[in-house]
Design a protein around this ligand. Sequence first.
Ligand SMILES: NC(=O)c1ccc[n+]([C@@H]2O[C@H](COP(=O)([O-])OP(=O)(O)OC[C@H]3O[C@@H](n4cnc5c(N)ncnc54)[C@H](OP(=O)(O)O)[C@@H]3O)[C@@H](O)[C@H]2O)c1
Length: 284
Amino acid sequence: MGAKGQLGLEWTKRLSRENLAFTATDYQELDISDTEAVALYLDEHKPDVVLNCAAYTNVDGAESDFKANNLLNHSAPAAIAELCDAKGIVFVHYSTDYVFSGNIEDKQAYPLGYPIDAPVNPVNKYGEAKLMGEQAIQQSGKNYLIIRIAWLCSAYGKNFMKTMIRFGSEKPKLTIVNDQFGSPTFTFDVVDATLRILQTPERGIFHVTTEGMYSWFDFANAIFNEAGIKVETEPVGSDAYPMVAKRPAYSKLDTSRFKEISGGVSYHMADGIKRVLSELNSSS
Ligand SMILES: NC(=O)c1ccc[n+]([C@@H]2O[C@H](COP(=O)([O-])OP(=O)(O)OC[C@H]3O[C@@H](n4cnc5c(N)ncnc54)[C@H](OP(=O)(O)O)[C@@H]3O)[C@@H](O)[C@H]2O)c1
């Protein structure tokens, strides 16, 4: 579900390489908010696992488009989780670092990142709806994975990495926010981590991101260095870029549960940047 989004496209690419039967749907084939259509689809295709990559991801739009935000990030995944539970299907849902408050003080309180069970307190409407979606899925049963990710990047769609490559190639100088901290997550790492978790009996909530902690300024400079883009960069505070929706100042996620069950697998920003650049170069 949501097969034409960033993460959905990555899943389609990976599953096409694996010896696994799958069907990929987006809006046009299956509207996730049409519960009756989803139930019929599940009865027809009888999957073992449903991967929900569909969502309302316009964080600023969510501040006014309450209906779509709530429908796609809360009510629809809640209904699909119930259907999956009743039919013995594992429901995999992706959530976000934005379920946490992101107060800068939490950088000291949780230096390894927010643990899975840290208190939640979203600061924007997108985070609120994603949290309500999580809570409804948790109430639906036990056969689900909620994988929280952050700063998602890939060779597909729109994301920070692609925006920086474009701006860095077009402009002589960029000012980039240096007071929001977290870690990027790459779609291929999310797919890899999900497959690893699915091979275990573990269910529930997981955090998956790259190691380390960076500001957007750090992340952008790492992209420019790796891509060989010569652009002057200046660090600025978030107030230089007023946004409709409030953004968390600190949104690092503690990935230790995933590392424990995967035998210590970890993902790294430098590797992710290299791979996205190589995929972008081979597709251009
Ligand atoms: N992007 C990030 O930085 C980020 C960070 C943390 C967590 N996440 C989470 O990660 C997941 C994947 O994000 P993403 O960036 O891959 O999202 P995305 O690129 O926006 O993809 C979402 C896909 O869902 C589709 N969709 C929208 N409404 C639908 C409906 N009613 N029925 C079926 N499909 C529908 C979209 O189609 P249209 O494009 O036509 O609307 C789009 O193809 C989401 O759960 C998101 O909340 C993302």
